[in-house]
Design a protein around this ligand. Sequence first.
Ligand code: SIN
Ligand code: FE2
Length: 239
Amino acid sequence: MGSVQAIRPARYHRSRRLLRRCAICDLFEFVAPPDPPKEIMAEGAVLLRGAALPVETELLAALNDITATSPFRHLVTPGGYTMSVAMTNCGVAGWVSDRTGYRYDQIDPETGNPWPAMPDCFLDLAVAAATEAGYREFRPDACLINRYEPGARLSLHQDKNERNFAHPIVSVSLGLPAKFQFGGLKRNDPVKTFAVRHGDVAVWGGPSRLCYHGVPVLKEGYHATVGRLRINLTFRAAR
Ligand code: SIN
Ligand code: FE2
């Protein structure tokens, strides 16, 4: 990963304003209304554009520490396919897949040690985004970290290995832009596609908690900070 851009994009300033509301900000917003802070994906599901930009440097530094301890790896599905997306985890539980099935495990099977702890900047962002989306009780204990190289994809799936579906999912996009598919509760329900960019945060819960979602093949590209990669942080209350 290269250096952080010195000049912040307009979206950065807009999202800072949204995350740190104050009387002066409200006054400015009255004079010049910002873009809508939330894009509705479905009932209970929102996309918070640029919400991670104020903490991108901290997130990427913490990510480097995590992957130095628990490196990215390509997991095998129960059906015997090797996933094109490389994964690792932080938090007290990590999502893993192998020939025996999908599960949360407190131990990284690759290292034999617990997963790296969830950094404060990860936790704070996930809680702030969930709160902004209306899920005030969310305290994630697991963060699945996905790494997409161009050509990688994640087929439509539901997140359903967690114990309690009352908690939402918070999903942070970093690096290369991607398409995020968000469907319904049945695999064949119509799917809406959202362009997700560096710093965007999606939150889904309540009636959308078990909606099918996925990422079609990632296009070739180069991101100034993250390089030839897309990183996705998926926060869950797993246990
Ligand atoms: C996931 O569903 O685990 C990841 C979704 C994404 O990469 O945006
Ligand atoms: Fe998922």
